[in-house]
Design a protein around this ligand. Structure first.
Ligand code: HEM
Length: 419
């Protein structure tokens, strides 16, 4: 993961850790004297322990500010997430993944397009939580054997994923979740209490996972042949592909339908998945245009041949689906956990985002044809392009853009208010 952590960051981290080590040594040397002083002078007992504790908090804070994980306090190898202490679900949002990740970009090539992830961003809950959890529950109930699968080699990892989530959620979202005895969790939003989760593994654990967060989880593992295999998960909203048909396959086989993947990025992907450490999570995202909210399998993915989207659906109602993808390695089982949270937004929401319609048009008109075909552009492009042109012209008319900008720079215009 060194390749996506700036060198300056490492230098700063080195400095912080150097000072911290020196101070820790000092505390270890002084500790017996502090205890004695406390006894002799009737200082509170906390004096002896509070110094090292405060020091370690100081180090954690400094390391956190640099964007690095501090020490683990739960089952995870990462720092605890920061609590969103006053979060009200109805106004909760994810980060804006059009902007925070590199999924929407120009020029458009097949790349890994990943970046280091802060622990706070592993699970992002938003106002659609209840509706999407209801939908997910109905999908899992209806297609249980196709959505919850764990090969024996994945069972321990599934248990560790549940344990990690149960530790994380009440810490990050104390208004939505609370811990229960014996490793349980209270989902306050859905009014569900899950007891006695300690030691639960395999599909039992994955079913509970499906009741906690909007994210799907695909799970991978390195086998003795040195390749990473897709060995299970809870995948209710893949949108396009069949989870059941992919389980048990290698990364090469899994990504066979993805243009340029095996030739261009398979080796880097496998190397990254094998080498990254539990304290080096990363994220990326991908996008598609779809025609409904049925994220288990979108209607567009069921059409055949040259079929196009129905005429009665205006392009303003096409849905831009961004999958926020998170990657963690679990420290005990070494399972690779690939979380996917689909975020679905109708295209008309892009009307006031400077240059975004122009960028999307450029990607569709000039992007590599194999990548665009994989996104099924031929089913909607003839209706999409005139609509994007209309939105772009309106942005010029309202002074949001001049029309001469480089579309690759759309992120720089984010702050521009609508006219
Ligand atoms: C456990 C690890 C992984 C699993 C189980 C997995 C699984 C999948 C599956 C099932 C698909 C859909 C394929 C289809 O359309 O038939 C897919 C697509 C894709 N995967 Fe992976 N993948 C993994 C890791 C990665 C990593 C680490 C990257 C790059 C950093 C990556 C990049 C892609 C890309 C580029 C696509 C095409 C859709 C998109 O643009 O995201 N995958 N993956």
């Amino acid at each position: 993961m060194l390749d996506f952590m700036p060198v300056a960051h490492y230098a700063s981290l080195g400095a912080v850790l150097g000072v911290a080590t020196a101070l820790s040594l000092l505390v270890v040397l002084l500790e017996p004297r502090l205890g004695l002083l406390a006894k002799l002078h009737g200082f509170p007992d906390t004096l002896k322990t509070s110094l090292p504790t405060r020091l370690s908090t100081l180090v954690d804070d400094a390391v956190n500010r640099l964007g690095f994980p501090a020490r683990a306090r739960g089952p995870s190898a990462l720092a605890d997430p920061d609590p969103l202490a006053n979060l009200a679900l109805r106004s909760a949002t994810t980060r804006d993944h059009l902007y925070v990740n590199k999924c929407l970009r120009w020029p458009y090539f097949q790349t890994m397009a990943h970046q280091a992830m802060h622990v706070n961003h592993w699970i992002e809950i938003d106002a659609r939580y209840e509706a999407e959890m209801q939908y997910k529950a109905s999908v899992v109930q209806r297609y249980r054997d196709e959505t919850v699968i764990s090969l024996p080699e994945n069972d321990e990892g599934a248990g560790e994923l549940l344990e990690t989530l149960v530790d994380y959620l009440p810490k990050r979202y104390p208004t939505l979740f609370a811990p229960l005895p014996n490793g349980g969790i209270h989902n306050k939003v859905l009014g569900e209490r899950h007891y006695d989760l300690k030691g639960m593994t395999g599909t039992d654990a994955l079913v509970v996972v499906s009741k906690l967060v909007q994210d799907d989880f695909l799970m991978g593992r390195e086998r003795e042949d040195g390749h990473v295999y897709f060995v299970g998960g809870i995948v209710a909203v893949p949108g396009f592909y069949s989870f059941k048909d992919k389980v048990g396959k290698s990364m090469r086989e899994v990504h066979e339908p993805v243009p340029q993947f095996n030739d261009k990025i398979l080796m880097s992907v496998e190397r990254t998945l094998k080498r990254f450490k539990p304290e080096e999570p990363f994220e990326r995202s991908s996008w598609e245009i779809v025609d409904d909210l049925k994220a288990h399998k979108h209607n567009i993915a069921t059409l055949e041949g040259d079929d196009k989207l129905a005429d009665d659906l205006p392009p303003s109602e096409y849905i831009f689906r961004i999958d926020h993808q998170t990657f963690r390695k679990l420290p005990k089982s070494r399972a690779v956990v690939f979380g996917v949270h689909p975020i679905l937004r109708p295209l008309h929401e892009f009307a006031d985002l400077p240059l975004v319609p122009a960028l999307l048009a450029t990607v569709h008109k000039r992007g590599p044809s194999d990548l665009m075909q994989y996104k099924l552009n031929f089913r909607y492009q003839d209706k999409l392009l005139p609509y994007l042109k209309e939105l772009t012209q309106s942005q010029i008319d309202r002074g949001l853009i001049t029309g001469d900008e480089d579309v690759a720079e759309f992120r720089a215009l984010l702050g521009k208010v609508k006219a």
